[in-house]
Design a protein around this ligand. Structure first.
Ligand code: NDP
Length: 279
């Protein structure tokens, strides 16, 4: 195997370092999760993005343990599931996440969705995450699927500025307005569904850049995210793709390539809208 350039890290607003590339495990069957995560750790990934909602935290924990990679060399993110926004429920759910992952701490813990006000009060939920953070059992805390109006409410009512905001971003849904808002407030942007769940990979703009650079469409799209400065964790259960997605640090897109891919934005989501998702 040829040598693989190492993954850059970004520094979050509390000084914690996060690898800019990881593996996502949404929709990975628990029976496939341990093998996928082990395969990624073997290639060199040191960042795994899971959630209680994905139902595979135990299998992620097992893979990290079995890999022999020291726990403090793997950045693990998990997320608070929608049914547990009440303060005490959030604390209990977090304890369950640690138990399932078989670890004393997570590197990053997120509120998965803000949800509609009728379902819960995410400012109260955030105060529970602040307690978790101050206890040292989450090295950083953040949010997911928050729009600027949700974040403004946290700024007004709570203490700790989220370290990250994990939102849907890909060439068909660039979300440059929310990204700019995050940056303005020192919040790192994480891009979920970075490959548009596969749907952007046969776009002619992407395939023509890939052909010219002798890279795959997935590598080109992931490189676009990296050069925009976002954090990505493409999901794959296919070992060859897990390796392919890791090999994106030895080439660059030109400014013209970047602009061409950004121009594909059509405000098209693969997933739910945070302003209407009620869990
Ligand atoms: P992605 O955009 O990562 O796409 C995953 C799909 O692309 C799978 O079908 C996979 O197939 C395929 N794929 C992966 N690599 C390649 C490749 N090199 N060539 C061709 N096809 C490829 O979608 P996700 O929705 O999974 O997003 C990534 C991660 O983001 C999630 O796993 C999760 O961690 C996070 N996420 C967070 C959300 C949130 O609300 N916070 C919501 C959704 C996702 P295969 O597996 O068969 O190889």
């Amino acid at each position: 195997m040829s040598s693989v350039p190492s993954v850059p890290t970004l520094t979050l607003n509390n000084g914690v370092e996060i690898p800019q590339l990881g593996l996502g495990v949404f929709q990975v069957d628990p029976q496939e999760t341990t093998a996928s995560v082990l395969s990624a750790l073997e290639v060199g990934y040191r960042h795994i993005d899971t959630a209680e909602m994905y139902g595979n935290e135990k299998e992620v924990g097992r893979a990290v343990r079995e890999s022999g990679v020291p726990r403090d060399e793997v950045f693990i993110t998990s997320k608070l599931n929608n049914g547990f926004h009440a303060h005490d429920d959030a604390l209990t759910a977090f304890a369950r996440t640690l138990e399932d992952l078989d670890t004393d701490y997570v590197d990053l813990f997120l509120i998965h969705w803000p949800l509609l006000p009728s379902r819960g009060d995410y400012a109260d939920t955030w105060r529970a995450l602040e307690e978790i953070y101050h206890s040292g059992r989450a090295k950083a805390i953040g949010v997911s699927n928050f729009n600027p109006h949700h974040l403004n409410r946290l700024f007004e009512e709570t203490e700790v500025v989220p370290a990250v905001n994990q939102i849907e971003i890909h060439p068909y849904f660039a979300q440059d307005d929310v990204r700019a808002f995050n940056t303005e407030h020192g919040i790192a942007t994480e891009a979920w569904a970075p490959l548009t769940q596969g749907k952007v990979l046969d776009d002619p703009v992407v395939t023509s850049v890939a052909e010219r650079l002798e890279r795959t469409p997935a590598q080109v799209v992931l490189r676009w995210h990296i050069q925009r400065g976002d954090i990505v964790f493409p999901k794959s259960v296919t070992p060859s793709r897990i390796e392919e997605n890791f090999r994106i640090f030895d080439f660059e897109l030109t400014a013209g390539d970047m602009a061409a891919i950004t121009s594909l934005d059509r405000n098209w989501r693969t997933g739910l809208d945070p302003d209407t998702n009620n869990g």
